[in-house]
Design a protein around this ligand. Structure first.
Ligand code: ADP
Ligand code: MG
Length: 585
């Protein structure tokens, strides 16, 4: 027997997609409040949200006659016309309220802008009541009680109240980061859990979410090109975490998790952070709504860009630019915590005075540099003339000595600089190889036997269509029947590589965003490894001219302040700092 499902059942099925846990309910309700133009949004949860979720706003409200409609599937006030092209609101599918109403006891109390009275409507697991008069100021309060109580199958999948609460708080904070003009608060089990007042400076809101240290350890990002605009703050490469959880990415004010964007961030920080570590950042991409499709998934956290390549290169350039400006002085702030280790006389003696560990990964380096330098070791190179006049104008100064065959000691206009020669050289080699990579096609090697890689028809077609672009990266392939490609040559730099794996990754990249990312990333990876092996080892003696040449090249190279693993390549001690060490000031 074929039958049409009753609305209540349809809604309950669909609810599984839109609101699979309390955090998703909170997200939908807060998005509605934002779309209603609220200036403040107050949220409360009980037992992680499963027992109770409420969101109260001072936005435009819902008129009495619209209350019933708002609970109907696919009823929305947000799509002016019917082509899903020009989407400027967070919501647009008209699915959230009916979905929440299908799996909880939902109450909406609202007073529309300009209306004399407030009205309330209730839904009990799909059964909609009639609007009743109520009292409240302009705005809307939506409450959902007993979430999933009527859907035991779903209830079983909820985690502990604590875990659900944390997920909900994370979603709220993500939304709040993109709306500094709105005040937010969050209560859990009757206690104030988080709040952030209206902020005129986006960085103030970011600090409310990410902590005050974020402001001190990040650089502003701003770049605009071809109608795309990227703003935000990027954490210093030395301030990284073990997961990408603290990378907050937004497209037109909507928090997203997107592989293309995450890959672009990785590329922007390439070799600035250690592998497997993730810098903290919040980036906001704005572009005309018709150049992005947000209607990919009911939760709307996935997106498709019409010009994936442009988006990627905007992000990579914006990050590289912001970090390069910082790169040259990245090591400098490290001196502040380091200074704590130089306690003059008494106490624990030289190098024993450190109290709190510095927050940065630089702590490791600081620890290595605690001991007094051995005065007995003669400098390996004859020091240049003491009054080298060029020292004043050069940021990294004139080389004076090599210490322990590992560090270069240089004199600047107003201090001394200590350079880790291996770390610095490695960086320079990598940057040289990168420039070469950017300048032209890398050398290729022919495979002894051309390799046939089986794919699906769409994948083979996509790769064949990009054959020319791939050839520029050193990969020569051609279509081989409907469901395979034939690879004849690979980039020499990859050495003996897993051709099948590479080609399949490329096919995935092309399917997902039309770009051959995997190949570029592998080439850059190889460049990094080769740079590490091809660099001056610690322990090699350098002549005066070699040392000065290294310093000059560092000054001319972007990102030379950090080695390929995110550690500083040099540290500076100002004369004033030295004077303080000796109690002269
Ligand atoms: P969507 O947000 O996709 O339009 P929803 O089911 O979330 O769908 O909401 C349905 C409609 O109810 C919205 O289009 C809006 O008109 C109204 N609405 C919901 N929440 C609010 C609110 N907090 N303030 C004002 N109007 C609201
Ligand atoms: Mg909505």
């Amino acid at each position: 027997m074929l039958r049409r499902l009753p609305d209540a059942v349809v809604n309950r099925i669909a609810a599984g997609e839109v609101v699979e846990r309390p955090a998703a309910v909170l997200k939908e309700l807060v998005e509605n409040a934002v779309d209603a133009g609220a200036g403040r949004i107050d949220c409360a949860l009980r037992a992680g949200g499963a027992a109770w979720i409420s969101v109260d706003d001072d936005g435009a409200g819902i008129a009495r006659d619209d209350l019933g409609l708002a609970l109907e599937r696919h009823a929305t006030s947000k799509l002016a016309d019917d082509d899903l092209v020009d989407i400027r609101t967070l919501g647009f599918r008209g699915e959230a309220l009916p979905s929440v109403g299908a799996v909880s006891r939902l109450t909406i109390t609202s007073r529309a802008e300009g209306a004399a009275d407030a009205w309330r409507i209730a839904v009990d697991n799909g059964r909609i009541g009639a609007p009743e008069p109520a009292a409240r100021a302009r705005g809307t309060r939506v409450e959902a009680a007993g979430l999933f109580r009527a859907v035991p199958a779903r209830l079983k999948f909820l985690k502990s109240a604590r875990a659900e609460y944390l997920a909900a708080a994370d979603i709220l904070k993500r939304l709040a980061m993109a709306r500094p003009g709105v005040a937010f608060s969050l209560e859990h089990d009757g206690r104030r859990a988080w709040a952030s007042p209206t902020a005129s400076d986006p960085l103030a809101r970011l600090a409310d979410v990410l902590g005050a240290e974020f402001a001190a350890n990040s650089v502003a990002v701003a770049l605009e090109a071809e109608g795309l605009c990227l703003t935000g703050h990027a954490g210093l490469p030395t301030w990284h975490r073990g997961t990408a959880q603290a990378q907050y990415l937004f497209v037109n004010g909507r928090p997203v998790r997107d592989r293309l964007l995450q890959g672009a961030v990785r590329a922007g920080y390439e070799e600035l952070v250690p592998r497997g570590r993730f810098p903290v950042l919040a980036l906001f991409l704005e572009l005309p709504p018709d150049r992005v499709d947000v209607n990919v998934h009911p939760a709307k956290t996935e997106i498709r860009f019409r010009e994936a390549g442009k988006v990627r290169s905007l992000i990579v350039s914006a990050l590289r630019q912001a970090l390069a400006e910082e790169g040259h002085r990245a090591a400098a702030p490290a001196m502040a915590p380091l200074m704590g280790r130089f306690r003059p006389g008494g106490g624990g003696g030289f190098g024993m005075g450190a109290a709190a560990a510095p927050p940065l990964a630089l702590a490791e380096r600081a620890a290595e540099w605690q001991g007094p330098l051995d005065p007995a070791l003669p400098p390996s190179a004859p020091p240049p003339a003491p009054e080298a006049p060029e020292a004043a104008g050069l940021p990294l100064g004139a080389a004076r000595a090599q210490l322990h065959d590992t560090y270069i000691l240089a004199q600047t206009g107003n201090g001394v600089v200590l350079v880790d020669q291996h770390a610095a050289h490695e960086r320079l080699v990598l940057e040289r190889m990168r420039r070469a990579l950017a300048a032209g096609p890398p050398p290729r090697q022919a495979l002894l036997l051309p390799e046939v890689v089986e794919l699906d028809e769409a994948g083979a077609g996509r790769l064949a269509a990009k054959a020319e672009e791939l050839a520029e990266l050193g990969l020569m392939l051609e279509r081989f029947g409907p469901e395979a490609v034939l690879v004849r040559e690979t980039p020499a730099a990859l050495g003996e590589t897993d051709v099948k794996g590479l080609v399949r990754d490329l096919a995935d990249d092309l399917a997902e965003h039309g770009l051959a990312l995997a190949l570029k990333e592998r080439l850059e990876d190889v460049a990094a490894t080769m740079a590490c092996h091809g660099s001056v080892r610690a322990g090699r003696r350098l002549g005066a001219a070699e040392m000065d040449a290294l310093l000059r090249e560092m000054e001319a190279t972007p990102r030379s302040g950090q080695c390929n693993h995110g550690r500083p390549t040099w540290v500076e001690l100002k004369l004033a700092d030295i004077e303080r060490l000796f109690g002269r000031r």
